[in-house]
Design a binder for this molecule. Structure first.
Ligand SMILES: [Zn+2]
Length: 322
């Protein structure tokens, strides 16, 4: 498989906002303090500490995405970076939960993203599709509002799935089982961030199990905590649940303490379909090529395994045209 054919399934639009774009947006909205709060001294990279520090940073960045034009610009930036990273198809997550909380109309934003996707495909040759998601710690009712907005935007505007993100320590997937049953009934893909914080112990494993069994997730974001539960790994393999792995992100937020500690090999050994992803490529200063190179160097990922992961990713994509 050629490098240009790579697929990325777990990448957040908000997490792709470059330091340069952040500086421009902060200027536009008269928030001169934000770049200093979010960026390194030279303004070329983001800085934060731990998972909750990351959520704070995410909040700062999203506070500057306000108009459809802002989202359009961010999407075009991302398209360019994906192409430079050798990616031909990406499913990009956007938090509709945050949009609604901030009083921003998701439909206007989604129209701008759909336009950006058309432009990116024509200009850069990269296909962008969209996965709106809900914020788990804000509860089930707000998640339903986010889903209703996603369904309204629909396939015509490039929506291919619906997800659940946010603070995994607050908001077990089982609470959202009815919502995801509806998402599946409507024919959209389901992806749920789960098992991202192994420090949660048994609750992290439960989080994955609930996402798989109660919410019928097609894909799990991260899934780290399943690594030490052979039965759960076997269950996921049997059901064909795909794992969107994000080792660089896990290292940045403290889910693992060294890149080479990522349990990727346990998933491969169990036969779980999976691929690598950047998660928040600008916030973590990552690219997908670098992630695969590190997997080859630090986890002995073979060329055949790499090709197998990309083949699995194409199969797990929610859009048939990938
Ligand atoms: Zn994520």
């Amino acid at each position: 498989m050629t490098r240009a054919a790579r697929v990325e399934l777990h990448t957040h639009l908000e997490g792709s906002v470059t330091p340069d774009r952040l500086i421009l947006l902060a200027e536009k909205y008269g928030q001169p303090g934000l770049p200093a709060a979010c960026l390194t001294e030279d303004g070329t990279a983001y800085r934060f500490k731990g998972f909750h520090g990351f959520l704070e940073l995410f909040k700062h960045v999203t506070s500057l995405l306000r108009t459809p034009a802002d989202f359009h610009a961010a999407a075009r930036d991302l398209g360019g970076r994906l192409v430079a990273d050798g990616i031909g198809y990406a499913e990009v997550t956007l938090s509709y939960g945050v949009l609604l909380m901030r009083g921003i109309d998701p439909l206007s934003v989604q129209k701008a993203l759909a336009e950006a996707a058309v432009e990116a495909e024509e200009a850069d040759g990269v296909v962008l599709r969209w996965i709106p998601d809900a914020v788990r710690q804000w509860g089930v009712d707000k998640a339903w509002r986010a889903w209703e907005a996603a369904a309204t935007a629909g396939r015509d505007l490039g929506v291919v799935g619906f997800g659940l993100g946010g603070d995994e320590t607050a908001g077990p997937p089982a609470d959202f089982a009815g919502l995801f049953t509806e998402v599946k009934t409507e024919g959209y893909g389901v992806t749920i961030h789960a098992g991202e914080i192994p420090g949660m112990g048994a609750a992290a494993v439960d989080s994955i199990r609930q996402a798989v069994e109660d919410c019928c997730a097609d894909r799990i974001g991260h899934g780290l905590a399943a690594a030490d539960d052979p039965l759960l790994l076997a269950t996921m393999a049997a059901r064909g649940v795909f794992v969107e792995m994000c080792p660089g992100s896990n290292l940045a937020t403290g889910g693992i303490t060294a890149w080479g500690d990522h349990p990727l090999r346990k998933f491969l050994a169990a036969g779980d379909p999976c691929c690598l992803n950047t998660d928040d490529r600008a916030l973590f200063d990552l690219d997908l090529d670098g992630e695969y190179i590190r997997a080859e160097a630090l986890l002995a990922l073979t060329g055949a395994e790499h090709d197998g992961m990309q083949k699995a990713a194409r199969k797990a994509a929610f859009c048939a045209s990938s």
